[in-house]
Write a new protein. Structure first.
Length: 128
């Protein structure tokens, strides 16, 4: 069985739902849906899809560093958005982090996220 390393963000949802923010299994890293909330659960960049996406990707970058990885190891991103008309703002922020890396990417519109102030949520897969 592959050994697993888990990272917790400490938010209340992890224990309620039963999940980890990130899991490393062998050379694979999976980062679950990450939203624009700070360590106190406060939404960052309310109403600003670009600012929220940048904040999320910075959080993801920090999680990867905790797992001895980097954005260069990312092979896939999934972006869930509540308003697909904001795709250019979200895409611009994604491009700022990944323009040289060019992982596979999916962006889909969803009806809602857990907090109505959250405009996007991002998942990442990396191979180290």
């Amino acid at each position: 069985m592959t050994e697993k390393e888990k990272i917790s963000s400490g938010v209340k949802w992890e224990s309620i739902v039963g999940y980890s923010r990130a899991v490393r299994a062998g050379n694979m890293i999976f980062i679950g849906g990450t939203a624009a909330a700070d360590e106190d659960g406060k939404t960052i960049g309310i109403g600003d899809a670009y600012a929220q996406t940048r904040f999320i990707l910075s959080k993801i970058e920090n999680i990867l560093k905790q797992m001895n990885a980097s954005l260069e190891d990312v092979v896939r991103t999934r972006i869930f958005v509540t308003d697909i008309s904001k795709w250019e703002e979200i895409g611009r922020a994604h491009n700022e982090f990944f323009s040289k890396i060019m992982p596979c990417c999916t962006m889909v519109e969803v009806k809602a996220l857990i907090n109505p102030d959250m405009l996007s949520e991002i998942e990442v897969e990396a191979v180290v």
